[in-house]
Design a protein around this ligand. Structure first.
Ligand code: UDP
Length: 314
């Protein structure tokens, strides 16, 4: 019988990391989840603890990372990832994207493992090209409040390509666009968890600016499928994964208001955060062509599933 494959998932107790742990456990891998629980939560993975193929290491990947035994794949998903989180933890955000990535690339080299790095649409900044193709270099303010995340992720891409080119490490880079679904943290300040929580509690949904800024929201199951296809492909340049259906923040707030249908909830308008991108929409032609991947879960269906999660956790 062939040896079971082993995978390390950093940020394994986070939103996307924990869904990745589920996928690999369901597909018969040995899984090591690593997390320092800065923004991750054990409640996202506690259902996996009884499984003997699942292991959890409480470790900060900005410190030297040691994993005994072989590794086939590494997925680096450790990082604060919401604007509120990285504004609160700017230094940790910079360190995990830079020092953490360096440690994991070193580990990948040592173990001859393939490594997939979680990058972000934030590398495009407040984009002047719309929709954003992978070839776009971005419009990022390096010294603004979002710079700590955006520049850490840009450095992460640069060092990953360097390890690929100079050390022949097998690398993959996914540029993740806004993703939503169960296990998003209520208090992470992102638009969707904020709106669901506020609507359920009969409060005002806090729309920033006039709500005309746009985002394109991808349901988590589609995102995980895209990430896995990229990992299993032989393509080492960055690939956008996201749902190209673009919507204004005001409209998504209204959709959530209608779905939750709490007569006490309403919309309120607040200052727009500094450097908040005005538009964001992935061009996913590369993913479609290369991976035969396309999102399949409509916003209506995805919002319904997400609503059930937040309603159950109220
Ligand atoms: N936003 C909002 N109200 C909130 C939280 C966010 O209107 O309570 C806006 C935010 O200004 C941005 C968009 O929603 O324009 C998406 O924000 P999010 O934090 O989800 O992610 P981003 O795409 O900015 O990283």
């Amino acid at each position: 019988m062939a040896e079971r494959k082993r995978v390390l998932i950093t940020g394994g107790a986070g939103f996307l990391g924990s869904h990745l742990c589920d996928w690999f456990i369901q597909n018969d891998y040995d899984v090591i989840a690593m997390d320092n629980l800065l923004t991750g939560s054990l409640s996202n993975i506690e259902h996996l603890f009884p499984n003997e193929r699942f292991h959890f290491y409480n470790h900060d990947v900005t410190k030297f990372v040691h994993v005994p035994g072989t590794l086939d794949y590494i997925l680096h998903f450790a990082s604060p990832a919401s604007p509120i989180d990285y504004l609160k933890m700017p230094i940790q955000t910079l360190k995990v994207g830079s020092l953490g990535t360096h440690n994991l690339l070193g580990l990948a080299r040592e173990k001859s493992a393939r490594i997939l790095i979680a990058s972000t649409s934030e590398v495009y900044g407040d984009p002047l090209e719309h929709p954003q193709r992978e070839s776009y270099w971005g419009n990022v303010n390096p010294i603004g409040p979002r710079g700590v995340y955006d520049e850490a992720k840009r450095f992460q891409e640069a060092i990953t390509m360097a390890y690929h080119r100079y050390h022949q490490v097998e690398t993959r880079i996914v540029r993740i666009f806004n993703t939503y679904g169960p296990r998003m943290r209520k208090e992470d300040g992102r638009a969707l968890p904020a709106f669901f929580t506020q609507a359920l509690q009969g409060k005002e949904l806090t729309v920033f600016g006039d709500g005309s800024q746009t985002r394109s929201f991808c349901y988590v199951d589609d995102m995980i499928r895209g990430i896995i296809s990229l990992l299993m492909s032989n393509y080492s340049d960055p690939v956008n994964i996201g749902n190209p259906e673009e919507i204004s923040i005001k409209q998504v707030a209204e959709e959530i208001l209608a779905l939750v249908n709490n007569p006490e909830a309403s919309l309120s308008y607040h200052d727009l955060p500094v450097d908040d991108p005005k538009v964001r929409q992935p061009d996913i032609s590369v993913a479609k062509e290369l991976l035969k991947w396309t999102p399949t879960i409509s916003r209506q269906e995805g919002l319904k599933r997400t609503y059930r999660y937040f309603a159950a956790s109220e």
